[in-house]
Design a protein. Structure first.
Length: 550
């Protein structure tokens, strides 16, 4: 598969976007996580550790399961709907008149209704803007959304199709419009992708919300990924294996070269265990960039909130990243970081970890009643000389020391759906987004370790760009019967295609017309005391979660 020349990955587009929005990434410390598997879980653990230490941190991940807002988390919480709309409106002000879509998008904007219209869509999105409703309108649709925007919803506003696969836009919010920007800039940015817009939104969110650290999960590869435009100085590389071969290369070394390209001059790179082929490439890149490598060689001793031995490795990598962050951040924070929304008016707020050094304790009571630090009023100026002396003592305190309690609490977090997520019921359902052979192997190991009691049946769906035959071969080592289902995206393999591959490995293959039928069949096969395992794609996991919640 090859994209048209104007649609191919180009960092220049993302750099222009960041420049247009005054480089929001400069207001926080970016951390970039790349690799083949475990990126999301590692980022989740890292944010949880930082949050437990009361350090403001945001997390940008992909893909989402049910709503695009899941991709941006502020101190562990999904971005709110009002803030989502506010930031999209900001983007609309800057981008003005354009149609922004990504590969395989079918965007239909009627000529008479497309005046000053911005359509931001994602892969496989079918967006149709009514003729009378396209004036001064921005439509932002999520992956696989079939957005038929009602006329009454789109007059003079921004419409967000927040839910996928709907015949009509659901979960929509309308905001006031803004003047369009310079058309020359828009010409340069007319081929911006959905992922680039989401990456920009994450950076804007972290800046606006006063995040000290922004954790970004790379989408695919690394060298040309939009997140690489951030030029992060803290890099995390999770295990690298074969995936997206048609884009990244057919060998582990070739793929490692793409992913290791996120290591820039003077960076710190935290490494999960790697294959010898990948490690050689990473070491060569680090030497070329004069970067420091921090290999993680053993799992954490703490209990993790996510199941599986691989999650203990992910947690260990996150802990190491937190330690490196602690040593790389300024020990005495600039005044602008004393003003974050989480801080109160006293010097006590300078140490969010609530481990006050002696210098802080000596002046805490006298400063408690002072005017907030964010405003140097007259009352503050009267004690400026004394305050400066106390601040010099603070240099001896490590402002970003990560307490042991924060590490323990952070790795025990489990609010990360779709990663060996167990939904108790009759039968129990396991949802796991394993979407490549490496992840499938880990899933099988975790299933064996859990020693499930009762009958077990597999529901499987996958996208075309995956090595589904190898995935099915691995799965056949644990499962005897499989229910095959298509994904609600043109990127998904059809049931007949999957059947032809599954016949080689499974004695019993059952086709289904969709997720609801697949789950119904799975329940009938296992009975009340069995297990239904759903895997193969995050598209499938998201659809299954929505159905089961109903």
């Amino acid at each position: 598969m090859r994209l048209p020349a104007e649609r191919r990955w180009k960092l220049e587009r993302m750099r222009r976007l960041l420049d247009l929005f005054d480089h929001p990434q400069k207001s926080f410390l970016p951390v970039l996580i790349a690799g083949t598997k475990g990126k999301g879980s590692t980022g989740f653990f890292l944010q949880s550790i930082l949050n437990a230490a009361d350090i403001p941190a945001g997390f940008y991940s992909s893909p989402h399961l049910e709503t695009p807002r899941e991709r941006i988390r502020i101190q562990g919480k999904i971005i709110s709907k009002p803030l989502w709309v506010h930031l999209l409106t900001q983007i609309r002000r800057k981008l003005g008149k354009s149609v922004i879509a990504s590969p395989d998008t079918n965007v239909s904007v009627p000529q008479s209704g497309g005046k000053e219209t911005a359509v931001i869509a994602s892969p496989d999105t079918n967006v149709s803007v009514p003729q009378s409703g396209g004036k001064e309108t921005a439509v932002i649709a999520s992956p696989d959304a079939n957005a038929s925007v009602p006329q009454s919803d789109v007059k003079g506003g921004v419409v967000i199709a927040g839910e996928a696969k709907q015949s009509q836009v659901r979960d929509c919010f309308v905001a006031k419009n803004a003047p369009r920007n310079d058309e020359l800039i828009m010409k340069l940015l007319e081929h911006v992708t959905y992922f680039e817009i989401m990456t920009l939104m994450a950076a804007l969110t972290f800046k606006e919300q006063g995040m000290r650290i922004g954790i970004f999960e790379a989408g695919m590869g690394g060298r040309l990924d939009a997140t690489n435009a951030l030029r992060a100085k803290i890099i995390v590389l999770t295990p690298i294996g074969l995936d997206h071969q048609e884009f990244l290369g057919n060998t582990v070394a070739a793929i490692a070269s793409e992913k290791a390209a996120v290591i820039h001059a003077g960076a710190d790179a935290i490494l999960a265990p790697q294959s010898p082929q990948a490690m050689r490439v990473i070491r060569a890149r680090a030497k070329q960039m004069n970067a420091r490598l921090w290999p993680v060689t053993q799992t954490t001793r703490f209990k993790t909130g996510l199941l599986g031995d691989h999650q203990r490795w992910n947690a260990a990598v996150a802990i190491k990243a937190a330690e490196i962050l602690s040593s790389r951040l300024p020990r005495r924070p600039p005044l602008k970081y004393w003003r974050t929304p989480r801080n109160d008016a006293s010097l006590r707020a300078l140490t969010p970890m609530r481990q006050y050094c002696k210098a802080t304790l000596k002046v805490a009571s006298s400063l408690r009643a002072l005017t907030p630090m964010r405003q140097y009023c007259k009352a503050t100026l009267k004690v400026a000389s004394s305050l400066r002396a106390k601040r010099s003592n603070l240099k001896q305190c490590n402002y970003f020391t990560i307490p042991l309690q924060a590490i323990r609490k952070g790795v025990a977090a489990n609010d990360w759906p779709g990663r060996f997520e167990i939904l108790r019921g009759k039968p129990n359902v396991i949802l796991d987004g394993a979407h490549n052979p490496v992840a499938i192997k880990v899933l099988i190991q975790t299933l064996r370790a859990q020693r499930l009691q009762g009958p077990v049946v597999l529901i499987f769906g996958v996208t075309r760009d995956k090595d589904s035959e190898l995935m099915l071969k691995e799965l056949s080592g644990y499962f005897n019967q499989i229910i095959l289902t298509a994904l609600s995206t043109s990127r998904g393999k059809t049931v007949p295609e999957l059947l032809s591959e599954a016949r080689r490995f499974f004695p019993m293959q059952i086709p289904s017309t969709g997720v609801s039928e697949a789950l119904t069949l799975g329940r009938s096969l296992t009975g009340a005391h069995g297990w239904v395992v759903v895997t193969g794609s995050f598209y499938l996991i998201g659809a299954a979660r929505q159905y089961l919640k109903q």
